[in-house]
Design a protein around this ligand. Structure first.
Ligand code: ARG
Length: 459
């Protein structure tokens, strides 16, 4: 099959240049969208009288047959035909004859490729949203189940105050809910149709772009033909949202790695999601969260690639844009994989509630509760802070916890302390007392989880 643009050339393309400039190895994954775009374009050309019904039928049937060939692995991709667009078009003409040559009327590969990527990305965003929602729901389910499970909350990775595990899970849920919004917002700008911009300036045919857009399920039509063929903001924006999401998955991964260590021993990720060591028989390694943490780097890298790709391009289309695909595709694949593996892993994660509770008992996590107690008895907060600090120092020396101190010892630090003090020193009392919107009390966890489920349903 011959290249469709050889008319003005007298020499063949250098062989290495042919391979160097080709994109078919990676853009063939767009085939379904390329064909869908062509079918819509042919249908619109018929509506405006450029093609007749019979020609349209031949083109559509030819394209459908090609799609089947591709799906059955029977399509031969050719480097000489550069990209997915020319491969399919050349094959169409081979299959149905001269009428195939009419398909490219009023169109350029520049608006074609921009359309294909947007259609593809739109579907991928939807698949990513499905996986993301599955992960969010898994976390909400754990939060509800573990609404009263106590573990130490940390600042500076030092035990700070007791929190409930459900509350901790819902912190991740809030991050992921924002990621969900970012993706939804980005999808609106992805779902705009460039087709009809042709090479850069529009075409001399009276295209009905709104009709094509309607056929392809686009929400709108690109306003400016120069912008339409050159804009890749939508891919950058998506990659930026993906980078933030990966950052969240990576932070979460870091906690899962810490928690599954012998030192924390808060969770067991399950044999199906861990791997062993070829030399140390005792090892069960948290490879999944480690790998998610590691894969975050490539998604950040792709964002930088895309930003750099665009930064010096004059209007309108430049071949540079062909370099948008590999970073974008790898970001999509990476993100989908990471979300899937987390969504599958979280429901079977075993929570070691006794170990969490035991650790929360150490580290004086109720010291703030004791200070608040003194304030309620009329002591100024700064004085209360000082009094409790002294009590903690005493405990460090005696190697015991605040709740181990007898009433009389406690009264040695402040005579405002009464017998009711031991209630505030318990971990359960501490978390239950933080019973306000956004707080860690079990009651609040259940209510917050309920609200997340409603928010998921609402949009
Ligand atoms: N393979 C090209 C790309 O991905 C398609 C558009 C090529 N257009 C052109 N005039 N060479 O960007």
């Amino acid at each position: 099959m011959e290249k469709p643009w050889t008319g003005r050339f007298t020499q063949a393309t250098d062989q290495f240049v042919e391979a160097f400039t080709a994109s078919v190895d990676f853009d063939q994954r767009l085939y379904h969208y390329d064909i869908a775009g062509s079918i819509a374009h042919a249908t619109m050309l018929t509506k405006i009288g450029v093609l007749n019904e019979h020609e349209m039928q031949q083109i559509i049937e030819g394209l459908q047959a090609i799609e089947q060939d591709i799906e059955q692995g029977q399509f031969v991709w050719s480097i000489a035909l550069e990209d997915v667009h020319m491969n399919i078009e050349a094959r169409l003409t081979e299959k149905i004859g001269a009428v195939g040559k009419k398909l490219h009327t009023g169109r350029s590969r520049n608006d074609q490729v921009a359309t294909d990527i947007r259609l593809y990305l739109r579907d991928q965003v939807d698949l990513i949203q499905t996986e993301l929602q599955r992960l969010i729901e898994a976390l909400v389910t754990v939060a509800e189940r573990e609404n009263a499970t106590i573990l130490p909350g940390f600042t500076h990775l030092q035990s700070a105050q007791p929190v409930t595990f459900g509350h901790h899970m819902l912190a991740w849920v809030e991050m992921l809910m924002r990621d969900r919004e970012r993706l939804r917002d980005c999808r609106q700008r992805v779902n705009i149709m460039p087709l009809g911009a042709a090479a850069l300036a529009g075409t001399t045919y009276p295209l009905d772009r709104h009709y094509t857009a309607q056929l392809l399920g686009f929400d709108g039509v690109a306003e400016n033909s120069l912008d339409a063929v050159s804009d890749r903001d939508f891919a950058i924006e998506f990659n930026a949202a993906a980078a933030v999401l990966m950052m969240h998955l990576s932070r979460f991964g870091e906690e899962l790695v810490l928690w599954s260590s012998a030192q924390f021993d808060f969770i067991d990720l399950g044999d199906a999601f861990c791997t062993g060591s070829s030399i140390m028989p005792q090892k069960k390694n948290p490879d999944v969260p480690e790998l998610v943490r590691g894969k975050t780097g490539r998604v950040y890298g792709h964002l930088m690639s895309l930003l750099t790709l665009m930064k010096s391009q004059p209007l309108a289309y430049n071949k540079d844009n062909q370099e948008d695909k590999e970073p974008l595709f790898d970001t999509i694949d990476t993100l989908k994989g990471c979300l899937k593996v987390y969504a599958d892993m979280i429901p079977i994660m075993q929570v070691k509630t006794d170990n969490m509770l035991q650790t929360a008992r150490q580290g004086f996590t109720t010291a703030t509760d004791l200070a608040d107690y003194l304030v309620r008895k009329g002591v100024a907060f700064r004085d209360a802070h000082e009094i409790v600090g002294k009590a903690v120092r005493h405990c460090v020396e005696q190697q015991c916890d605040l709740s181990d101190l007898s009433l009389s010892v406690l009264q040695g630090f402040s005579d405002t302390i009464d017998a009711d003090v031991h209630e505030v020193l318990t971990l359960q009392g501490s978390v239950a007392a933080r019973n306000h919107f956004g707080g860690t009390a079990p009651e609040q966890v259940i209510a917050a989880a309920q609200r997340v489920r409603l928010r998921l349903k609402a949009s």
